[in-house]
Design a binder for this molecule. Structure first.
Ligand SMILES: Cc1cc2nc3c(=O)[nH]c(=O)nc-3n(C[C@H](O)[C@H](O)[C@H](O)COP(=O)(O)OP(=O)(O)OC[C@H]3O[C@@H](n4cnc5c(N)ncnc54)[C@H](O)[C@@H]3O)c2cc1C
Length: 346
């Protein structure tokens, strides 16, 4: 479940982005004894691997003959578990400011505050943002009765909810929110769904039980006043125009990637990417690092294995900010009993 936001935390490193590179950064930092909090706008880890190609085979991860995007994410999560990273999903890293003690204070769009001596941007192709329906009056309803994600299920308790879309998110929330809502409609432009078959079957079972009103048609307009939806007008070739009553709408039309708030943080950018030193992966701003698809340097390849290499060098450079009075000793995992103890391997 997403955290509710509004809490304050202190840690060694704030990682922005929970894609494969942000996840492996947790591991490399953990080997050096540094703790991390990870912020991602998505509702789960894995970045592009989990969101864009969870079932496609990746063939160029060293020593993995074949691994799909979701398996790689699951394995990275298992590998970093001993370091107990704290995840803040469904939150946009929105602002950062430098404090008097030269640490960074990062605030998310729902008010989570994290302070740390180091920020690592592992933002990939940018933050995943919802694709919005092409309808008039969107802004009037957004955030009041029109939403693109479920942050707290409680928010929808007792409401008459309309879910729009035909993919996994639309189907998952049709099934998961059903027990808390007073009424539910699922709206899609055709009676074919792109989700996991088991969830499609669950949805049709709810329709049969009368717990979901399945409405097929194109959404023409939203009706309501002062930000409060009353109904949505649909059009289909069979029924013509008709209204579906609702007092909250969840639109799941897929995601697109945008640089987002990182563009406003005063860091040098070149073509929407962040130039870094290839020794440390530090940006033009001391204490802010960038790794993975979002960083740029001569010869950069947007590959997962490049991001893994960048994580290791970044972690060694970060150590000096996070532990200014300690000396860093380079150790191999094969021979360090301290690392083996941290990982629970004897
Ligand atoms: C179809 C496809 C196939 C691919 N196949 C391969 C392959 O075979 N081999 C290979 O090595 N690579 C492959 N890639 C590329 C690979 O997926 C990327 O190199 C890799 O995902 C980069 O990892 P990352 O962690 O840097 O970024 P991402 O995976 O993009 O993750 C970045 C995360 O940061 C989050 N984020 C960004 N900004 C913010 C913010 N302000 N607040 C909160 N969250 C934020 C995003 O939501 C995202 O989850 C493929 C890519 C695609 C699209």
């Amino acid at each position: 479940m997403p955290d509710a936001g509004g809490q304050s935390h202190k840690t060694d490193v704030i990682i922005i982005g929970g894609g494969p590179v942000g996840l492996f950064a947790v591991f490399e930092l953990g080997l050096l004894g540094l703790a991390a909090h990870v912020v991602d706008i998505l509702d789960r880890p894995g970045g592009q691997c989990a969101e864009l190609y969870p079932e496609k085979a990746i063939l160029d991860i060293p020593s993995r003959m074949k691994v799909n995007g979701q398996e790689l994410t699951n394995d990275l999560m298992a590998q970093i578990a001993p370091f107990k990273p704290i995840f803040h999903f469904q939150q946009m890293a929105e602002k950062i400011e430098r404090l008097d003690n030269s640490h960074w204070r990062m605030v998310t769009d729902i008010g989570t505050v994290i302070e740390a001596p180091v920020v690592v941007i592992a933002g990939g192709g940018g933050s995943f943002m919802p694709k919005k329906p092409k309808l008039e009056r969107l802004e009037e309803f957004e955030g009041k009765s029109l939403f693109y994600a479920v942050r707290k299920m409680e928010q929808f308790r007792g409401k008459n909810v309309l879910i729009a879309g035909g993919g996994d998110s639309a189907l998952d929330w049709t099934v998961n929110l059903n027990p808390v809502v007073a009424g539910m409609s699922l709206v899609h432009r055709r009676n074919e769904f792109r989700g996991v078959q088991a969830t499609v079957d669950q949805m049709y079972a709810l329709v049969k039980e009368g717990k979901v009103n399945l409405a097929i048609g194109d959404i023409l307009r939203m009706n309501g006043e002062n930000g409060q939806l009353r109904s949505v007008t649909l059009k289909s070739s069979e029924k013509g125009e008709f209204d579906v009553p609702c007092d909250a709408m969840l639109a799941f039309y897929g995601l697109t990637m945008k640089l987002g708030p990182i563009a406003d943080w005063g860091i040098n950018l070149e073509n929407n990417r962040v130039p870094v030193s290839t020794e440390s992966f530090e940006t033009s701003t001391p204490g802010i690092f960038c790794i993975g698809d979002m960083c740029s340097y001569p010869g950069k390849l947007k590959l997962i294995l490049s991001g893994f290499h960048e994580s290791a060098l970044m972690a060694h450079a970060c150590f000096h900010y996070a532990r200014p009075n300690q000396k860093l000793r380079f150790e191999h995992t094969t021979s360090s009993s301290a690392i083996q103890a941290k990982l629970g391997v004897s």
